[in-house]
Design a protein around this ligand. Structure first.
Ligand code: GAF
Length: 401
C-alpha cells in the first residue's frame, strides 16, 4: 500500500521550533507562529494577470519560534535543509544584500520596515514540514510565518482580512525584490488569508477573497497531493518568460490586463484571439482567460456537489497548462493520466509547473488504488518515485503559543 505522508500537528511544529530556538540561542522564545503552504485547486498562472484562483492552505506549515531583541540585530537559525545560521543587523537586509533562504526569512522584515514600521530586532528559529521544491509554496510559508511573528512582537496588527492582505503584499514584495523571484500574489494570500474547510476564491485584480465551503468529506471525496519529485528545470527563466508573453499580448491587444476578457462574453474570445498574429501569444492568452472561467465554473460545480464536473474542469486546466501555457513536464502529465485511468475524478498540476506537484480529486475509497497506479506509472517510465500527501483545507497563518 502506498505511504501517505502526514503533516506535523501544531504541537509538533511548535516543539521542534522551540527546541531549535533554545539550543541555538540558549533562551526561551516569546512565542511560536505558523503559516502554511498551499495547494491550488484550480486557477494557474492567472494571479499576475488579475484573474481568479482557488487555493487551499495545507496542513503542512512553517513554524517560527521568535523573541524580540532591542538592539536592531537579527539572528536567524533554520532547519530548512541542514541547520544554518545567519546574523546581521536589520539595516543589512534588503534587495541585493541577502540571498537564498535568508532572503525569504529576512526579506519580509525589510518589506515591513519599508512601510515605515519600526522593528526592534529578533531571534528567529525556523522549521518547516512543507515539502521544499514541490510547488507547494514553502517559501511563502516562511515569509508569512516570519511576518506574523515580527509584526506581533513589534506591537503591529496581524488580524482581519484587510490586514492579512497587507501582510501578504509585503511577502510578495520580499519575494520579488529581495529574493528576486517575480511571482504573483496567490501563494502569500493562501498562506495568510485561508480558512479551514474552505477554498480561497481570490480575485487577483481586486485583491478580494471569498471563502468557499468545500464540503468534500460529506461527499466522500479526498484531495491527494502528489509531489512528482521531478527536478525543477529552468523554472525561474520560464516563469518570467510566461509573464513576459502575457505582458506583450496585453499590450498588442490594448487591454488594461488579461482580466478584461474574463469579465466579457465568453463567445467573444475567438474574436480577441484573432487579433494576435503570433501563435504562442494566442495560446498564452487562451489559457489565461479560459483558466479563470474554469475557476468560476469549478466553484459552481462544487457548490452544487457535481464532483464529476469539477474533476473534468481540473483535467481541462491541466491540458491547457500542458498545450497552451507549456509549463508541465512528462512526470506531471504521467501523474494526471495514471490518476484518471485509475478512477480519479480529476487531476491537474498545481503551482508554477516545470516539476512540482499535482492535485487529484478522488473518492475516499479509491485513494490507495489511484496512488498505487500513479506510483507504478512513474516506475514504468523511469521517473523519480512520487510522494503522496492527503490534503484537507487548513487555517491560514496563526499564533500557536
Ligand atoms: C507560483 C507563483 F509563486 C504564484 O504567484 C503563481 O503564479 C503560480 O506559480 C502559478 O499559478 O506558485
Amino acid at each position: 500500500m502506498t505511504t501517505l505522508h502526514t503533516a506535523w500537528d501544531d504541537a509538533e511544529g511548535a516543539r521542534r521550533a522551540t527546541e531549535l530556538f533554545t539550543t541555538s540561542f540558549e533562551a526561551e522564545p516569546h512565542g511560536v507562529w505558523a503559516s502554511p503552504g498551499r495547494v491550488n485547486l484550480i486557477g494557474e498562472h492567472v494571479d499576475y494577470n488579475g484573474g481568479f484562483c482557488l487555493p487551499i492552505a495545507l496542513p503542512h506549515a512553517t513554524y517560527v519560534a521568535a523573541a524580540k531583541r532591542d538592539d536592531g540585530l537579527l539572528r536567524l537559525v533554520t532547519e530548512l535543509g541542514d541547520v544554518q545560521r545567519w546574523e546581521g543587523t536589520l539595516d543589512e537586509v534588503g534587495p541585493g544584500a541577502v540571498s537564498d533562504w535568508v532572503a525569504y526569512s529576512a526579506g519580509p522584515l525589510w518589506a515591513l520596515r519599508e512601510t515605515g514600521a519600526e522593528l526592534p530586532g529578533y531571534d528567529l528559529a525556523i522549521v518547516s514540514c512543507v515539502p521544499a521544491g514541490a510547488g507547494l509554496s514553502s517559501s511563502a510559508a516562511v515569509e508569512s510565518a516570519v511576518l506574523l511573528a515580527a509584526a506581533e512582537l513589534a506591537g503591529l496588527p496581524t488580524e482581519g482580512d484587510a490586514r492579512r492582505a497587507e501582510l501578504a503584499a509585503l511577502g510578495v514584495r520580499a519575494e520579488n525584490e529581495v529574493a528576486g523571484a517575480r511571482t504573483g500574489g496567490m501563494d502569500q494570500a493562501a498562506s495568510l488569508r485561508s480558512k479551514a474547510d474552505h477554498g480561497l476564491l481570490l480575485d487577483c485584480e481586486q485583491d478580494s477573497v471569498e471563502q468557499v465551503l468545500l464540503n468534500l468529506q460529506s461527499q466522500g471525496l479526498e484531495l491527494l497531493v502528489v509531489n512528482s519529485n521531478a527536478p525543477h528545470m529552468l523554472a525561474d527563466g520560464q516563469y518570467a518568460s510566461r509573464r513576459a508573453d502575457c505582458e506583450r499580448a496585453t499590450e498588442v491587444l490594448g487591454l488594461r490586463s488579461l482580466r478584461e476578457p474574463v469579465d466579457g462574453p465568453r463567445a467573444g474570445l475567438g474574436e480577441l484571439l484573432a487579433k494576435l498574429d503570433e501563435d504562442v501569444l494566442v495560446r498564452r492568452v487562451r489559457h489565461v482567460v479560459t483558466e479563470s472561467w474554469r475557476v468560476l465554473d469549478f466553484v459552481e460545480a462544487l457548490a452544487a456537489e457535481r464532483a464529476g464536473e469539477a474533476g473534468e474542469l481540473m483535467v481541462a486546466s491541466h491540458d491547457s497548462l500542458r498545450d497552451d501555457y507549456e509549463v508541465t513536464v512528462p512526470e506531471l502529465d504521467s501523474i494526471v493520466v495514471a490518476a484518471m485511468s485509475a478512477g480519479a475524478l480529476g487531476a491537474r498540476m498545481t503551482g508554477g509547473g516545470f516539476g512540482g506537484s499535482c492535485v487529484v480529486l478522488v473518492s475516499v475509497d479509491d485513494v490507495h488504488q489511484v496512488a498505487g497506479a500513479i506510483d507504478a506509472a512513474a516506475v514504468e517510465a523511469g521517473f523519480a518515485r512520487p510522494d503522496f500527501h492527503l490534503a484537507t483545507a487548513a487555517d491560514g497563518g496563526r499564533r500557536i503559543n
